[in-house]
Design a binder for this molecule. Sequence first.
Ligand code: HGY
Ligand code: MN
Ligand code: MN
Length: 413
Amino acid sequence: MNAAAKKIMQRIENLAKISEEPGQLTRTFVSTAMRRANDLVAKWMREAGMTVREDAIGNLIGRYPSKNSPTKTFLLGSHLDTVRDAGKFDGPLGVLIAIACVQHLHQEKIQLPFAIEVVGFADEEGVRYQSAYLGSKVLAGNFNPADLKRVDANGISMADAICNFGGNPEQFKNSRANLKQILGYTEVHIEQGPVLEKKNQAVGIVTAIAGQTRAKIIFTGRAGHAGTTPMSLRKDALCAAAEFILAVENCAKKISDLVATIGQIETKPGASNVIPATVILSLDVRHQSDPRRNAACEHLKTSAQKIAHKRKLKIFWELIQETAAVPCSTPLSNLLAQAARKHQPKISKLPSGAGHDAAVISKIAPVAMLFVRCKSGISHHPDESVKVEDVRVAINVMNDFLTAVAASRQSAD
Ligand code: HGY
Ligand code: MN
Ligand code: MN
């Protein structure tokens, strides 16, 4: 498995060179960079003995046949899109380890009592249209058609972008997974946190995926001359936003296990000698408990309204998307833990603060996730890194996991 792990590290480097922004890794939903990435990963899937297709939204899907039941299918995979100025491993590592597992079966001429489909999801991060999980939502059958009207920073609608990529929103219903066929989904992903490194463990089992709320907030005041408008007469949207940003931080610090982030801010008209009239903010709130997350969001909405009222500004609050917290499947996670114990004596079980396509696929199938240690827990940053020996452990675990799933199927049938 050393060679397979080394090959993955090489492929991670090759894939990381495919970016839409020079000098950094940014690969967003149905972009030309995503086209090049899908074409490269499709080549690797074919070399591993898979037939390859792209569904109507641009998910890349490799299929490895089963030895008997032509329909039962087990899903593996992760996402191929990235955040801006991303690390190399968030997403692609899970797709490449899944391909390596199929390659192992192909080389050993093994077919399992179910087909395997490796999915490279088209949009887990939601960078281009702020609405994440677009690919997995189409597979799970809960894509929101209203999202097709969203426009990106260049004014390109999601529908047009999908069609330009070769997809077809009219065909989304035919891209839904056949619920009777899917046995389960398992995703390998970097931990994006410090726990496994602290415990000196290569891999860990995910217990649950945090719920997340994404919102767009607009403070509207009044533009004015920076030199002639007295402070007492201003309706400065940026000062209101600043007060709100600190309110978000204070709220998150007070509620255990809650995290809240303002990742994007846009001010208009955006001139140094003009009082900002409009400020647009993104808000990302996460918690393992949905009631705690929802209560925090209600509190923040009230804070924003109070700040706007006090400063005589207008406030606009739009819920962009909400994903409930998802427990991983206990039976599937137990099979994964059993496989992991063959390669690592102590196995930790830990929640995921990050969102994953598994959270969406859990609507149609039992899901499990294997975390891989990453250096200092760094992620969504070019310094994201993973050790080749931890990749080797993850491949071994996943190979044994698939064998265990097959054995459990045989005993069930
Ligand atoms: O934002 C997240 O949790 C994930 O990286 N999309
Ligand atoms: Mn990810
Ligand atoms: Mn991510």
